[in-house]
Design a protein around this ligand. Structure first.
Ligand SMILES: *[C@@H]1O[C@H](CO)[C@@H](O)[C@H](O)[C@H]1NC(C)=O
Ligand SMILES: *[C@@H]1O[C@H](CO)[C@@H](O)[C@H](O)[C@H]1NC(C)=O
Ligand SMILES: *[C@@H]1O[C@H](CO)[C@@H](O)[C@H](O)[C@H]1NC(C)=O
Ligand SMILES: *[C@@H]1O[C@H](CO)[C@@H](O)[C@H](O)[C@H]1NC(C)=O
Ligand SMILES: *[C@@H]1O[C@H](CO)[C@@H](O)[C@H](O)[C@H]1NC(C)=O
Ligand SMILES: *[C@@H]1O[C@H](CO)[C@@H](O)[C@H](O)[C@H]1NC(C)=O
Ligand SMILES: *[C@@H]1O[C@H](CO)[C@@H](O)[C@H](O)[C@H]1NC(C)=O
Ligand SMILES: *[C@@H]1O[C@H](CO)[C@@H](O)[C@H](O)[C@H]1NC(C)=O
Ligand SMILES: *[C@@H]1O[C@H](CO)[C@@H](O)[C@H](O)[C@H]1NC(C)=O
Ligand SMILES: *[C@@H]1O[C@H](CO)[C@@H](O)[C@H](O)[C@H]1NC(C)=O
Ligand SMILES: [Cu+2]
Length: 577
């Protein structure tokens, strides 16, 4: 009896071990979520207002998965707005249908409607996020996506004691839909926000906020992984933790060489994985108070552009402080709001890990270089009735094309060969060459034109895009985001890009691999990627007022020859227009 049992248990155990060992690296798990979008009352800064939420939560739910997994999200729109959701930084191989930008890959999910989206986490590992991609709904519709190493693998650094998502956001007391409506109606700049937030809370320096300030408890001697996400609408942010260094180990779900710094500069759309060692000497003394602020405030390089200059805080508290006197925490050093030098030094420190386990695949040669000017512009306003500079309307452009959304989505129009929705003449070069970054630019150059032009790429083209910032109206750091791909940031500089000299200085060895990059104020940045993902992929500035003004376009990547190189068919429940 015992013998039989023993044998059978050993067989079972052997089977499990063998099967587990064989299957685990490729055993992708499928996670199912339901996201119900609804309007919920939240109180911040002494005022209650109705905001858009997912499952009643703000910030929204965190999606946890592992590299290699698939996440299926059933989205049910119970709110009274047209809404779409985007999985920021996920490549979505061959499946732009689930990507989300309104009128680019889908028509919005209308009130009462549903749409089931599929998120395939193939190469991504680290931190990403999801957010609304309709109007400015992402002001409150956002949450983290935490992607752990694939089964059977681990982090390329010692396992942290705990992981803490840090979502940086931006809050208006006013109705954000109304803020956007006013911007569109008047042609003037956006009303600035009233607060920044850390995990939904403004912190101690704002009215009625102190009791809800976000707090992290840490143990002396342990290391924590902060997963920092900038979900703000219109502001790049400096972020730091008093009394502690930060070691960046990843960005945009790709590992970096460990890089120790006092602060980070994070643009909307970006994420940083940051190790924080709870090693402040005061933390070892139970009688000493040991509390520190983590803080975020704007990096605003543009001259003469108003912005929210308030500071959001959260508290890092050592567990040893439980019985210590409650003295106010220290504030960290943060660079000045216009410290472009500090932003540049931080950004220049980022390098891909480029290890055996996490190799890079930087295109060493390119088939095509596309040079794109990134500008803030004006449009003339009929009857001079706008409230922008000179009674004109503020606008923005890429290569002097100010993008307007078409009435039906470009992906659907492309897939079903419907003509007239968009053009394919997005220029490969700036339409005119001038000193892009000069202090004074002839006033007539500032005006732009609206259209809906995209760029078509053959499958597997090795592409280089050079973004050239301009000083038209106002030079500014623009966080350019590409859907469907991550890219290597091979070069960056100030002034005008020199096509002969600047490529000689590229980093083709270990450049950072990102999905959003800050194009330096009055400078340029060059990215490389291989267009091996068929579909329609949006590219835009992640400052939403620039996006609204037209700083966007899309790539259509054509099908390749093989069956695995073709766009998948649309899901049956694509939202109708
Ligand atoms: C939300 O707040 C508004 C005004 O503050 C109030 O009129 C409304 O009844 C509240 N809604 C809910 C569901 O509590
Ligand atoms: C969307 O899903 C919800 C919940 O399952 C259901 O009540 C609703 O009828 C669906 N809407 C449509 C338009 O099918
Ligand atoms: C917010 O503004 C939008 C656009 O003007 C409007 O449709 C909506 O009813 C407003 N929401 C609230 C809660 O006032
Ligand atoms: C700053 O902006 C204001 C308002 O748009 C404008 O009147 C003024 O001329 C600008 N100043 C400079 C130096 O550009
Ligand atoms: C920041 O805001 C304060 C008022 O809250 C103002 O006095 C100050 O000039 C502002 N600074 C900048 C750089 O805008
Ligand atoms: C930053 O702003 C300060 C004051 O607002 C100003 O004195 C300084 O010149 C500015 N620095 C740069 C680099 O623009
Ligand atoms: C372009 O403008 C910048 C800033 O005014 C100036 O330093 C530079 O010399 C100009 N370049 C050329 C080629 O004129
Ligand atoms: C952009 O296009 C407009 C309209 O055609 C033109 O007036 C303007 O000079 C162009 N600007 C640049 C920088 O090419
Ligand atoms: C893409 O092109 C590269 C370089 O020509 C080649 O090595 C690779 O196999 C191609 N990939 C696909 C999927 O066709
Ligand atoms: C919602 O989306 C539908 C489909 O694109 C469109 O016809 C309708 O005008 C939109 N409603 C609003 C308020 O934008
Ligand atoms: Cu921008």
């Amino acid at each position: 009896m015992m013998g039989v049992l023993k044998v059978s248990m050993m067989q079972v155990l052997g089977f499990v071990l063998l099967f587990g060992a064989l299957a685990s690296p490729t055993w992708a798990k499928v996670h199912h979520h339901t996201f119900v979008i609804e309007e919920t009352n939240y109180t911040r800064l002494c005022r209650t207002k109705s905001i858009l939420t997912v499952n009643g939560q703000f910030p929204g739910p965190t999606i946890y998965a592992r590299n290699g997994d698939t996440v299926i999200v059933k989205v049910y729109n119970r709110a009274s707005y047209n809404i779409t959701l985007h999985w920021h930084g996920v490549d979505e191989p061959r499946n732009p249908w689930s990507d989300g930008p309104e009128y680019i890959t889908q028509c919005p999910i209308q009130p009462g409607g549903n749409f089931t989206q599929r998120i395939d986490l193939t190469e991504e590992e680290g931190t990403l996020w999801w957010h609304a991609h309709s109007d400015w709904d992402r002001a409150t519709l956002y949450g983290a996506i935490v992607i752990h190493p694939a089964r059977g693998t681990t982090f390329p650094f010692p396992k942290p004691h705990k992981e803490i998502p840090i979502l940086l956001g931006e809050w208006w007391i006013a109705n954000v839909s109304q803020v956007l409506a006013n911007l569109i109606q008047t042609g003037a700049d956006a009303q600035i926000s009233d607060a920044y937030t850390i995990n939904g809370q403004p912190g101690d320096f704002y009215p009625c906020s102190r009791k809800d300030t976000f707090k992290v408890l840490v143990e002396y001697g342990k290391t924590y992984l902060l997963r920092v996400i900038n979900a703000a609408i219109n502001n790049e942010l400096f972020f730091a933790v008093a009394g502690h260094k930060l070691t960046v180990v990843g960005t945009d779900a790709s590992y970096t060489k460990p890089f120790t710094t006092d602060f980070i500069m994070i643009t909307p759309g970006q994420t940083f994985d940051v190790l924080l060692e709870a090693n402040n000497p005061a933390g070892a003394d139970p009688s000493a108070p040991c509390r520190f602020y983590m803080a975020a405030r704007s990096y605003s390089g543009a001259k003469n552009v108003s912005f929210d200059n308030t500071t959001a805080t959260a508290i890092l508290e050592y567990t040893s402080s439980a019985s210590a006197p409650a003295v106010p925490p220290q504030l960290p050093y943060l660079p000045g709001y216009n410290d472009t030098n500090a932003a540049t030094v931080f950004t220049a420190g980022l390098r891909s890990l480029a290890s055996k386990e996490h190799p890079v695949d930087v295109p060493q040669t390119i088939d095509q270089r596309i040079i794109i000017t990134v500008s803030v512009n004006l449009l003339t306003c009929p009857g001079g009735t706008c409230s922008g500079p000179g009674k004109n309307r503020l606008a923005a452009s890429l290569n002097n094309d100010s993008f307007q959304n078409p009435p039906i989505d470009i992906l659907g129009a492309y897939y079903h060969s419907i003509a007239g929705d968009y053009g394919t003449d997005f220029p490969n070069r700036p339409p005119s060459y001038f000193n892009f970054t000069a202090d004074m630019i002839p006033q007539n150059m500032v005006f732009t034109k609206r259209n809906t032009e995209v760029k078509v790429l053959e499958y597997n083209t090795s592409v280089e895009v050079v973004f050239q910032g301009t000083n038209l109206l106002a030079g500014e750091n623009h966080p350019m985001h590409l859907h469907g791909f991550s890219f290597y940031v091979v070069g960056r500089g100030f002034g005008n890009y020199d096509e002969k000299k600047d490529p000689l200085g590229y980093n083709l060895v270990d450049p950072a691999y990102e999905n959003t990059l800050g194009v330096p104020r009055n400078g340029w940045a060059a990215i490389r990627f291989r267009a091996a993902n068929p579909g329609v992929w949006f590219m835009h500035c992640h400052l939403d007022r620039h996006l609204t003004w037209g700083m966007d376009t899309a790539f259509i990547v054509k099908n390749g020859k093989g069956p695995q190189e073709r766009l998948l068919p649309p899901p049956p429940d694509m939202p109708p227009c």
